[in-house]
Write a protein that binds this ligand. Structure first.
Ligand SMILES: Cc1cc2nc3c(=O)[nH]c(=O)nc-3n(C[C@H](O)[C@H](O)[C@H](O)COP(=O)(O)O)c2cc1C
Length: 246
């Protein structure tokens, strides 16, 4: 079990993609706590201890500018999408069954822990220069780096407060419940009332980050009581530049 320092449902509601950070490096205390969380992710694949659902084991590291060396991340490109990132969570994986699912699960766990430390984050699946980030992680020929995450102090705490309020009121730009969750085919929407004990977990899925704002998650219950969540492979596109980052 992953241990967070607050109820994970609260942390999920606080998280949003923060693309603008304060210039200062993340303070030593929170840097160390985030590093410790990453280091303590139990190694897999052990059935009882594993944290990644499918048992593959991506490796993650925090690359953070320090007070002494504030320029250490200067060569890592994010194409101007991300302003003043003082740190990144970098991760690499070796090919395995469901490797992307495990990678996403663990990266999101680290993101939620960072959120609980009151740090902003943003997944970067396409808007980063893979070669320079790969050098930081000594990527081997067998490994790939599907995405990284920027981390830092929010440049605009007010935006953070508004983010939380709009999510709580359900007024963010996300698709409504009926467009996301279905019985077994996409023409039979699943209402909240029909979701019984799954309302909270499904709402948390709805609030999660998504590489594709147009086609986020579609989940439907199976007869066995499990939920199938087909992965969307449709890349997202930044409307101002047309650049795809999914
Ligand atoms: C796998 C993945 C890759 C993403 N890649 C990028 C990216 O390259 N650049 C970017 O600005 N945002 C990226 N995002 C963030 C999404 O745009 C964001 O999660 C989505 O718009 C929902 O907004 P929210 O995170 O504020 O809830 C990515 C998200 C995910 C899950």
């Amino acid at each position: 079990m992953l241990q967070f320092n607050a109820p994970v449902t609260e942390i999920i509601q606080q998280r949003f993609s923060c693309r603008s950070y304060c210039r200062e490096s993340v303070d030593v205390d929170r840097r160390e706590r985030l590093q410790a969380f990453i280091a303590d992710l139990p190694p897999g694949p052990f059935v009882r201890l594993r944290t990644a659902p499918f048992g593959s084991r991506p490796r993650f590291e925090l690359a953070a500018a320090t007070e002494k060396d504030g320029k250490s991340l200067r060569g890592l490109g994010t194409y101007g999408f991300i302003k003043n990132p003082p740190a990144f969570i970098l991760g690499v994986m070796t090919p395995a069954d469901y490797d992307l699912e495990d990678y996403g699960y663990l990266m999101e766990a680290i993101i939620l822990y960072a959120t609980s430390l009151d740090l902003g984050t943003c997944w970067l699946g396409g808007t980063f220069t893979k070669s320079s980030f790969a050098r930081k992680m000594d990527l081997s020929a067998a490994e790939t780096m599907p995405a990284v995450t920027s981390v830092g102090e929010y440049a605009d705490p007010e935006r953070k407060r508004r983010g939380i309020a709009s999510r709580t009121a359900g007024s963010d730009r996300r698709l409504p419940w009926e467009n996301l969750f279905f019985h077994d085919t996409l023409d039979t929407p699943l209402s909240r009332d029909e979701s019984a004990g799954y309302v909270t977990p499904l709402e948390m899925v709805r609030l999660g980050p998504s590489a594709s704002a147009e086609a986020p998650v579609q989940a439907s219950p199976t007869s066995m009581g499990a939920w199938q969540v087909p992965a969307s492979r449709i890349p997202a596109t930044d409307s101002s530049t047309g650049r795809s980052f999914g």
